[in-house]
Design a protein around this ligand. Structure first.
Ligand code: NAD
Length: 697
């Protein structure tokens, strides 16, 4: 037996202990040991009951992700074989659940005949989050315990249930107060005394509310609606139906079959890619993981506008006191009121307790004096997007901030090096590019300047995680990773209008494909004035950057999007539903006529290809220039900051799925079309396509 599993017998109870930190992943070091333990206990006449236990923190988190895609995954026995051995064991078997039992860990617990848990334990089958279904009997055993409705609910959301709820559902037999092993042993001894034998879940039947056909038809319709065409949730319903209507072994076979289909499907591959992408994102090749970091105990935010308020909330949410400064009392008051209103809305939705809101609000101090920032360990500047304003601010911050403080800028387009260089400590300067609304969006681009110190970068990445963001490193360039790409995407969306599409046609094609929002509706949300300002700057700075001027025509009329009730659409505010506007159609048509643009009918497929490949091609430049560290980081940016559908795995993964030669061929075709001069295939794309390689390894 491996060291990761120990076996002992106490007063007639065999104890199989799993010890594979950090989460007792059911890897090749655990499975054989568990199997040996079950066999030994089964054949030892002195053993009357069995307890399987992990640590107080983790019963088991399921499959060991470190062994994914390695031969170790296939080392026998498999989890289904262990489950069969559990079913065949003639002695009652108790799972003692500390911490969490998730995925395969939950299936191991369901293979046991009884379950006890600590009060704070969590139990669930989250496979759906990776586009999969529980593949070791979970879909067959869970509904036999909790009923079809609850089983579907748990497995299609993937959300675990806490111990107390698990008791109500019959999933846990008893909550243990105090020491888990002692509690499990006394539970096992009670079983022996009361002569209770194994209670196999496979022998139970599934409780279905009402007529099974009606029940499952309704469940299918509801799940289809909620899952927007994702295959896994519907497959889960089908498996639960099999559990309810077929013998156990047949249901198991059906589950295996459906699991195999999902594993090979593009959705699950994309979701698994994103799962690993998120784990990779904080790894920086030349900044070792043990790089010492600076302590961040206090923060300061400069500017109490749209971004400043949201950024301050992030610190308060993480329990870090923060001061928020703006030039006038009025600006500060408005910023603070907005924060209060945001928290109050969360409280009224029942997602935050009033005491918690009070605690968080009390961590935010407001001021009109810049000096109040001086003791902060990090200061984040979120003032107007103008180089002179930012440089002036950084000179002042350089003069007042304590030595070792991190000076961060939330600029979305300006050169972080030019900001750093006005200070005497450019090594302490970094970009922290939050996305709006900053208290909600998960993405944080961490912009590494030419002189940014490694420990400043490491500290900012760590802080990013502490405030529950997904921090992605970006080099300095105009727009960094996300906005530099989105500019090409927006550029194509306007050319599509020139050529004959309506805003609603472009947006509908994008959302049907899976984007959370179409490019024009997104512009309305962000404010069309922002893009307009950038374009005006570009006309001067980069006169050869080609735009359709149709966007300017809209902005010149004061149609700035949702904030003015009119943009590419009109709005019946406060309702933010975009309504197609004939006035916009007329503006676009006039622009086409004036510029003698020949229109044509454009398919949804071409719309999507032009939008998405515009992202992909720019991303290939970004990768080649070393602005992004890896393709999966770019995927992460799009998933967490731009509403890219997770089941497509990000723009780079999607391009890999389509095949780079096909992507390149499409771009070469677009080169010959309207405004074809903007399509210059990135050398990296050309190279990889020729070599038959992919962006993501
Ligand atoms: P905003 O206009 O809503 O807020 C800016 C605030 O800064 C105002 O309250 C203003 O009074 C204050 N301010 C200006 N000069 C100041 C000074 N010298 N000292 C103190 N306060 C000063 O702007 P915003 O949308 O919050 O953007 C702020 C920064 O964040 C910009 O650099 C912007 O590019 C960037 N950003 C914005 C978004 C977005 O979607 N709005 C997203 C990412 C990044």
């Amino acid at each position: 037996m491996s060291d990761a599993v120990s076996y002992s017998v106490r007063d007639g109870v065999a104890v199989i202990t799993m010890n594979n930190p950090p989460v007792n992943g059911l890897g090749s070091v655990l499975r054989p040991g568990i199997m040996d333990g079950i066999r030994k206990a089964g054949s030892d006449p002195a053993v009357k009951a069995v307890v399987i236990i992990g640590s107080a923190k983790a019963f088991s988190g399921g499959a060991d992700i470190r062994e994914f895609n390695t031969p170790k995954m296939l080392v026998p026995p498999s989890l289904p074989e262990i489950n069969d051995a559990q079913d065949q064991c003639p002695k009652p078997m108790v799972a003692a659940i500390g911490g969490f039992a998730l995925g395969g860990g939950c299936e191991l617990a369901l293979g046991c005949h009884y379950r006890v848990a600590l009060p704070k334990s969590q139990i669930g089958l989250p496979e759906v989050k990776l586009g999969l279904l529980p593949g070791s009997g979970g879909t067959q055993r869970l509904p036999r315990v909790v009923g079809a409705a609850q089983g579907i609910q748990m497995m299609t959301t993937g959300n675990p249930v806490p111990a107390e709820k698990a008791v109500q559902l019959g999933l846990v037999d008893e909550i243990v107060q105090g020491d888990l092993l002692q509690g499990a042993l006394s539970f096992a001894k009670k079983l022996i005394e009361q002569k209770k034998g194994p209670k196999r879940i496979r022998d139970m039947s599934v409780k279905v509310d009402g007529d099974p056909k009606q029940f499952f038809d309704k469940a299918r319709a509801e799940v289809a609606r909620a899952s927007r065409g994702f295959p896994a949730p519907l497959e889960i319903v089908a498996c639960v139906e099999a559990a309810a209507t077929r013998p156990f072994d047949e249901g198991r076979r059906f589950e295996r079959e459906r699991f195999a289909v999902l594993v090979e499907g593009s959705e699950s591959k994309a979701l698994r890619h994103m799962f690993f992408a998120e784990r990779q994102v904080t790894k920086i090749p030349d900044v070792p993981e043990d790089t010492p970091t600076r302590d961040i105990k206090r923060a300061a935010v400069i500017g109490a506008g749209t971004m400043g308020g949201g950024i301050a909330m992030n610190f308060a949410n993480a329990g870090i006191p923060v001061s928020m400064m703006d030039v006038t009392e009025e600006a500060v008051r408005k910023g603070f009121e907005k924060i209060r209103a945001n928290y109050a809305a969360t409280v009224s939705k029942g997602r935050l307790k009033q005491e918690e809101m009070d605690k968080r609000v009390s961590l935010i101090k407001t001021t009109t004096k810049l000096e109040d920032a001086k003791d902060a360990d990090i200061v984040i500047e979120a003032v107007f997007e103008r180089m002179d304003v930012k440089q002036d601010m950084f000179r002042k911050l350089d003069a007042i901030m304590k030595p070792g403080a991190i000076l961060a800028t939330n600029t979305s387009t300006l050169d972080v090096n030019a900001i750093a260089d006005v200070t005497k400590r450019p090594q302490d300067v970094i970009g922290t590019h939050f996305f709006s609304p900053a208290n909600v969006m998960r993405l944080l681009e961490v912009v590494r300047g030419a002189k940014t110190a490694k420990d400043v970068l490491a500290t900012t990445m760590k802080l990013g995680k502490a405030i529950k963001k997904v921090p992605v490193v970006s080099g300095v360039c105009d727009g960094f990773i996300g906005n530099r790409m989105v500019e090409k995407y927006g550029q194509q969306s306007l050319f599509l209008l020139d050529e004959g599409c309506s805003p609603q046609q472009v947006d509908a094609a994008a959302t049907k494909w899976g984007m959370a929002m179409g490019p024009l509706a997104m512009g309305d949300m962000a404010g069309l004035d922002i893009g307009w300002e950038i374009r005006k700057r570009r006309y001067v700075e980069r006169p050869n950057f080609v735009y359709s001027r149709v966007g300017d025509r809209i902005a010149e009329l004061g149609r700035f999007g949702q904030k003015t009730g009119k943009g590419w659409y009109k709005y019946n505010l406060p309702d933010r539903k975009p309504i197609p506007d004939p006035e916009v159609e007329a503006i676009i048509q006039k622009y086409r006529t004036e510029n003698k643009i020949k229109t044509r009918s454009i398919s949804d497929e071409e719309i999507v290809e032009r939008l998405i490949y515009a992202l992909v091609n720019e991303a290939a430049y970004i990768l080649e220039e070393g602005i992004a560290l890896r393709a999966s980081d770019i995927d992460m940016v799009y998933l967490t900051g731009y509403g890219f559908p997770a089941y497509r795995g990000g723009p780079m993964f999607y391009a890999d799925t389509v095949g780079l030669p096909k992507v390149l061929a499409a771009i070469e075709k677009f080169q010959k079309g309207y405004r074809g001069e903007v399509w210059k295939p990135a050398p990296l794309l050309v190279k990889l396509a020729r070599e038959g390689k992919k962006f993501n390894g």
